[in-house]
Ligand binder design. Structure first.
Ligand code: HEC
Length: 120
């Protein structure tokens, strides 16, 4: 390998390493981006008890999970309460602070709001 080629290779590797350390992930390799997909998190972690529609599964009902699709339930719940419960748990609701990042919990709290019927 001649000098010019190795200098070029050195430059390229330097560039890639800088890119990786700056962004954590060069865009070429991570086209999906950093965006949190609340729906897939919800489906993965929460549907066993809460169901895809938020109304609660058989297991959820046995554990006394609320119905997220009930506008009355939505109206009486504050955002902080929802965030706190997802983060720290409540009765039979498991806590998620060790499994999910705060941003993911935020996104899930918003997603739970979306399960309510649309306001007319
Ligand atoms: C093992 C079953 C189970 C799983 C899995 C589960 N939950 Fe729950 N969840 C419950 C139960 C039971 C309650 C009712 C707690 C209570 O009020 O006694 C609840 C309550 C809630 C509430 C109401 C909060 C409040 O303050 O009343 C929210 C919001 C919620 N869950 C979101 C989630 C999210 C988001 C996930 C997934 C990350 C999840 N749950 C996973 C069982 C579960």
């Amino acid at each position: 390998m001649n000098m010019r080629k190795s200098a070029l290779l050195y430059l390229i590797s330097f560039f890639i390493i800088t890119l990786v350390s700056y962004t954590g992930c060069p865009s070429v390799f991570c086209q999906e981006g950093e965006e949190i997909n609340a729906k897939s998190l919800y489906i993965y972690h929460c549907t066993t008890c809460h169901g895809e529609d938020g109304k609660g599964t058989k297991r959820g009902h046995e554990l006394k999970a609320p119905n997220f699709a009930d506008p009355k339930w939505q109206a009486t719940k504050k955002d902080e309460e929802i965030l706190n419960t997802i983060t720290s748990g409540k009765n039979k609701m498991p806590k998620w602070s060790e499994k999910l990042k705060p941003e993911e919990i935020q996104a899930l709290a918003k997603y739970v709001r979306k399960l309510a019927p649309k306001k007319r």
